[in-house]
Design a protein around this ligand. Structure first.
Ligand SMILES: Cc1ncc(COP(=O)(O)O)c(C=O)c1O
Length: 410
């Protein structure tokens, strides 16, 4: 590795949301314990981004900022060369985060009491955007099926029959697609996306594809943008929300973009932002995005390798010490999804055990929807030593509590 993926960070008192959340849950947690929850990384940023921001700041005047040609070229070129679809700068609307954009999409492109489909379990703000906006949430739950290629293993798939039935409901106007999927780690195939889009277009349902994790793809896997499968005649039913923030750990810069190819949809979405009182981005968002999308390809290749090696380690560790816990295949994202239901704890007991006995701060499965109860999501974007210690604490605490195969109770 030519980049640094091993330095252990201590982000206490740095204003990190993730670390503050851990300390709120367990204020006495010892130094050295690292939260493995919220999707940001425990790695130093690519040095190219920090250098670019230093250079930029030397000459900056911090007045109102606007996107430059260089910014548009960077975001469009990234999509064209890495995600292989003909992105165009005309399609771009800047947004101060993908979550704000999800909320705006729901509010500007559907009406009160319209129904919106989410594929649960899913990243919490999806269902929240629907519910707090007074729209009806239709849960098209993912199916947990036997993996045809590996006996005894399971994988998540879309339930197309249920999707069709929900899309045919005349009040359904939108589907929020998580592509790749957080938390189940699927990189949806072109085939799956084609089937989904067919159902949605036939039923006049707009697909809002959140592709924020689309750059974090495991070896041998592929992220397919919904724009790769949509033809131009379907542009009035698709939009993509994306950002460099997960990929390069710059969520604090609040830079993201919506690609909305259809003029009418784009106008409604942009008006929706104004109605919510949301205008330009902060000044740092632009130079950080430009540096990320033009100077950091090599860092990203190494990151994906490091995440994959952490996943292989995680899988091996559970197979050896807690084989009753199922670790789902990781195709994309740096977030692994684990099934602890064999331990027979309630979701509340599992959470309590993790935070106070194993000193493990993960994302509890139930926050992704009721299907997630008994599951946990672990963030693999951390130095290997951090992951090893976390899993050792878990295996030790499980034995102490007589949980699982080696605790004598599974
Ligand atoms: C699927 C998904 N969308 C959006 C976000 C957050 O986006 P932003 O920070 O740009 O609002 C996350 C963060 O975890 C995510 O997992």
């Amino acid at each position: 590795m030519s980049y640094d993926f091993t330095t252990r960070l201590d982000r206490r008192r740095s204003g990190s949301y993730k670390w503050n959340d851990m300390l709120d849950k367990n204020p006495n947690v010892a130094r050295g314990i690292v939260p493995l929850s919220v999707a940001d990384m425990e790695f130093v940023n690519p040095p190219e981004i920090i250098e670019a921001l230093h250079e930029w700041l030397d000459d900056a005047v911090l007045g109102y900022a606007a996107p430059t040609d260089e910014f548009f070229d960077a975001v469009v070129d990234w999509q064209r060369r890495r995600h292989l679809w003909p992105a165009d700068r005309r399609f771009v609307v800047t947004t101060s985060g993908v979550v704000p954009a999800l909320y705006t999409a729901v509010r500007s492109l559907t009406d009160i009491n319209d129904a919106v489909i989410c594929q649960t379990p899913v990243y919490g703000p999806f269902t929240n955007a629907v519910e707090v906006s007074g729209r009806k949430l239709l849960a098209n739950s993912l199916r947990l099926v036997e993996d045809a290629e590996k006996s005894g293993s399971h994988r998540f798939e879309m339930d197309f029959d249920d999707l069709r039935a929900k899309a045919e409901d005349p009040s359904t106007k939108m589907l929020l697609l998580c592509n790749p999927h957080n938390p189940v780690g699927r990189a949806w195939s072109a085939d799956e996306l084609r089937r989904l889009l067919d159902i949605c277009v036939e039923n006049d349902v707009i697909v809002v594809s959140d592709e924020i994790h689309g750059d974090i793809v495991m070896p041998g896997q592929k992220h397919t943008s919904i724009m790769q499968v949509a033809d131009a005649g379907e542009y009035d039913h698709v939009m993509v929300l994306t950002a460099p923030s997960k990929t390069f750990n710059i969520a604090g810069c609040q830079a993201s973009v919506a690609f909305v190819p259809d003029d009418e949809l784009r106008k409604r979405f942009s008006t929706g932002l104004k109605i919510q009182g949301v205008f330009g981005l902060n000044s740092f968002a632009y130079p950080a995005t430009i540096a990320a999308y033009t100077r950091c390809d090599e860092w990203l290749e190494e990151l994906n390798q490091v995440v994959w090696e952490n996943y292989v380690f995680l899988k091996g560790f559970f197979a050896s010490y807690m084989p009753e816990v199922e670790v789902f295949p990781l195709e994309a994202t740096y977030l692994a999804w684990l099934d602890f239901r064999a331990w027979g704890l309630t979701a509340g007991e599992l959470e309590q055990f993790m935070q106070t006995e194993a000193l493990l701060f993960l994302d509890e499965g139930y926050v992704f929807g009721e299907e997630g109860a008994g599951f946990e999501r672990i963030n693999l974007a951390c130095p290997r030593g951090v992951l090893e210690e976390a899993l050792e604490r878990l295996a030790f605490a499980a034995r102490e509590r007589k949980l699982g195969t080696y605790g004598g109770n599974a």
